[in-house]
Write a protein that binds this ligand. Structure first.
Ligand SMILES: [Zn+2]
Ligand SMILES: [Zn+2]
Length: 119
């Protein structure tokens, strides 16, 4: 799969038992809608780990928490629709790029560090 940000190659990596796609070149990550849901479900196993629960809650809310969408010049690696940049209402300064057809979402390396999806 081709990275929507830098056109580099994306490679499959495992996070908490869920396979997601990560760019070798820029470190961004693509989550298919189903993968985001699977990771959100893993929050049940996070127990008292508040940080993990929070990051999974963020993933679960990716469709509804989005506000203020702005168009980007990136395209969805699955369906070629445009990606829009959205802000999380509850997390100032955190934005993700999401497919307008809801295929999934893309997180830049810097955004990833904010949610600490990958340590
Ligand atoms: Zn990339
Ligand atoms: Zn799409």
């Amino acid at each position: 799969m081709t990275c929507p940000a830098c056109r580099g190659d994306m490679r499959e990596v495992q996070v908490d038992g869920v396979t997601i796609d990560r760019c070798d070149r820029c470190g961004g990550v693509w989550l298919d809608a189903g993968e985001a849901e699977d990771l959100a479900k893993a929050s049940a196993g996070a127990g008292q780990d508040a940080l993990r629960r929070k990051k999974y809650d963020l993933l679960r809310q990716w469709k509804v928490a989005a506000s203020d969408p702005r168009p980007t010049d990136r395209t969805c690696p699955r369906c070629e629709a445009g990606l829009v940049r959205v802000n999380y209402k509850d997390v100032p300064g955190l934005h993700v790029d999401k497919c307008t057809a809801d295929c999934g979402l893309y997180l830049d390396q810097g955004e990833l560090q904010k949610v600490r999806l990958i340590a």
